[in-house]
Design a protein around this ligand. Structure first.
Ligand SMILES: [Zn+2]
Ligand SMILES: [Zn+2]
Length: 303
């Protein structure tokens, strides 16, 4: 019995079928080759950039930081809270601006992001979960699923987003990412590396930590919840504002607020509140039972 459990945990066999995380890490599944080449390019360019330009200079640094912060807001507010979970309704122009920020940050098209994310919630901690570390391990959840798991079906997981204003971003994604990667050349080579690949690498890994690090809790039986609140991730996570309160989020996925106590900083929520006050966001859904989260962020299930 224990042997079977260990075998399943290590991902050598689930249901006797070949699992995607058993493939060599360097082999993308058909259709995801471009994602793999993008990841390789960003890592290689960032390494070259750091070798030649250890210090970015203030204008370049502030530009890169500003783009990363805006990208973080785009992903957590527009993609995650508004489009995937419908926990807030944004003014259409604000929504489009935030989608542009997210795409520029390398988060992919809104419909694909939402399809993958809804699948993650629906199948959390099962072999069908697109990004769980439970079977594939940390690196599977962190990066490998991006190019070794077929994208979730958009027609199945987000038919509600089959609208022109979202579909258009699927076509604009490649030129937007190209501009994001190369646009820093306007600041010279230092700008090319820091505003391009180094910024995108930072954004990539701190967003991917939501899939990997915040899902390393003890999940219990299959279908159990492995999500975690990781408080120390918050200050470093400029590209995923408030996403470090991931256990709160899985407990009440319909809430636009992820940080449930004054000590749980949630910049994404503060911006949503500001937008609500300004009349640029409405139908904001709040957590029903924030008092049930302890200071350590452990979700307490009532008896
Ligand atoms: Zn999750
Ligand atoms: Zn979610």
């Amino acid at each position: 019995m224990l042997g079977i459990m260990l075998e399943q945990r290590s991902g050598t066999a689930v249901g006797g079928a070949m699992q995607p995380w058993q493939a060599p890490w360097w082999r993308p599944v058909p259709g995801q080759e471009l994602v793999f080449y993008y990841l390789v390019a960003v890592h290689v360019l960032a390494a070259i950039g750091l070798a030649f330009f250890q210090v970015p200079g203030l204008p370049v640094f502030l530009t890169a930081l500003g783009l990363a912060c805006l990208g973080g807001l785009g992903t957590t507010i527009a993609y995650h809270r508004a489009l995937a979970h419908k926990s807030v309704r944004l003014h259409p122009r604000v929504e489009q601006a935030l989608i542009l920020c997210a795409i520029f940050n390398g988060s992919g098209s809104p419909r694909q992001w939402v399809a993958n994310h809804r699948l993650h919630h629906a199948k959390s901690d099962t072999p069908e979960d697109i990004s769980s570390p439970r079977y594939g391990g940390f690196w599977w959840a962190h990066l490998r699923w991006l190019y070794q798991f077929p994208d979730a079906s958009q027609s199945r997981w987000c038919p509600d987003l089959d609208r022109r204003r979202y579909n258009v971003w699927g076509r604009l994604q490649v030129p937007a990412v190209a501009l994001s990667l190369f646009g820093g050349l306007a600041f010279g080579w230092r700008g090319f590396f820091w505003i391009g690949a180094i910024r995108l690498l930072y954004s990539l890994h701190f967003q991917c930590l939501v899939n990997s690090l915040t899902h390393l809790g003890a999940a219990g039986d299959e279908g159990g919840d492995s999500s975690l609140n990781v408080w120390w991730l918050g200050p470093f996570q400029l590209t995923a504002w408030g996403e470090n309160w991931h256990r709160n989020h899985h407990a009440e996925a319909g809430s636009a607020r992820f940080g449930w106590s004054p000590l749980q900083t949630d910049i994404g929520w503060y911006v949503i509140r500001l937008l609500e006050i300004l009349g640029l966001a409405r139908d904001v859904r709040r957590p029903r039972t924030p008092s049930r989260v302890t200071q350590r962020g452990t979700w307490v299930v009532p008896p």
